[in-house]
Design a protein around this ligand. Structure first.
Ligand SMILES: Nc1ncnc2c1ncn2[C@@H]1O[C@H](COP(=O)(O)OP(=O)(O)O)[C@@H](O)[C@H]1O
Ligand SMILES: [Mg+2]
Length: 281
């Protein structure tokens, strides 16, 4: 166990700490020494070209993949003081306890076959052992939060959902867990610009909410968003972490990212015509 240390401002403890993370698949190196520190309450966007390892990094943060070398530590909100724990040292049952405070909105939503209510209920029933009577009011509340009409939506089958509705349900399914740490993998990819902007608002509103901890205290939500949606970056102005050549190629404020003259970042912006970037001679 590692005691959380305050971040550079001296006020916020660490939520995630990645140290020299390496990962290869069949001798093809994908992550080649990732170092990343995320403080509690931060809003962080992970950007980078297609295939740069963003989803692979996320899979390490949620312990779906194990590092070849290096460490991934995440705050344990089941223990007083929320100490950082090295995920590789945890048993399955310890991981399950820590995971109670995480939620993931997967790139393709990963909704299960069945109704919206069944999708919203699954983890609450299995992990938190809640009954249907306890789950229904929470399900209605999160559907309202994502702008869906609860009574009409609860009974709908997954197959009846449009792409936009499925994304909302996927976010509702994350919110119903009342997470302390929320991960989004390309939350707006494939959505039309109008609907994408409602997802930007949802992410911003969600991030502004405090999360409840087991001891009755509250913690600011930490949000980590994998994205290449420039409109999202402009709206949320997150800290930006860019993956490049398997490492962190940029880590700084949105403003610093947007105004960077780094020749490696400029072409990235050229693929982002929505961004009203000043012309660089
Ligand atoms: N389970 C896996 N087995 C083998 N290769 C993988 C696996 N997952 C990802 N990769 C490879 O790792 C690289 C990074 O993938 P990914 O993290 O999904 O990229 P992105 O940045 O687009 O999310 C790609 O070359 C991909 O093919
Ligand atoms: Mg990906």
């Amino acid at each position: 166990m590692t005691t959380p240390t305050p971040d550079a401002t001296g006020t916020r403890p660490d939520e995630i700490l990645v140290e020299d993370l390496h990962k290869s698949f069949d001798a093809h190196p994908v992550l080649r020494g990732i170092n990343l520190r995320v403080a509690r309450g931060e809003l962080v966007a992970i950007v980078g070209g297609s295939g740069s390892g963003k989803t692979v990094l996320l899979q390490h943060l949620i312990a779906h993949l194990q590092p070849d070398s290096g460490r991934v530590l995440v705050a344990d909100h089941e223990t007083a003081g929320s100490p950082l724990r090295d995920l590789a040292t945890l048993s399955e049952s310890e991981l399950d306890r820590i995971r109670r405070h995480w939620a993931v909105v997967f790139q393709r939503n990963a909704l299960l076959s069945g109704t919206v209510l069944e999708n919203l209920s699954l983890w609450l029933r299995e992990i938190h052992a809640l009954t249907d009577e306890q789950i229904r009011p929470r399900a209605r509340r999160v559907l309202e939060q994502v702008g869906l009409e609860p009574e009409r939506t609860l009974a709908l089958d997954r197959s009846a959902l449009s792409g936009g509705m499925a994304k909302r349900v996927a976010i509702a399914r994350a919110l119903i867990l009342e997470p302390v740490l929320i991960f989004y993998d390309e939350p707006t990819s494939g959505l039309d610009p109008h609907f994408a902007s409602t997802v930007h608002e949802l992410i911003a509103e969600t991030h502004a909410r405090a999360a409840a901890l087991p001891d009755g205290s509250t913690a600011p939500l930490t949000s980590l968003i994998i994205t290449h949606d420039t409109a999202l970056l402009r709206r949320l102005r997150p800290r930006v972490v860019m993956l490049r050549d398997g490492a962190v190629g940029f880590d700084g404020s949105y403003e610093a990212f947007e105004s960077s003259r780094d020749p490696q970042i400029l072409p990235y912006f050229e693929q982002m015509p929505m961004l009203n970037r000043r012309v660089v001679a």
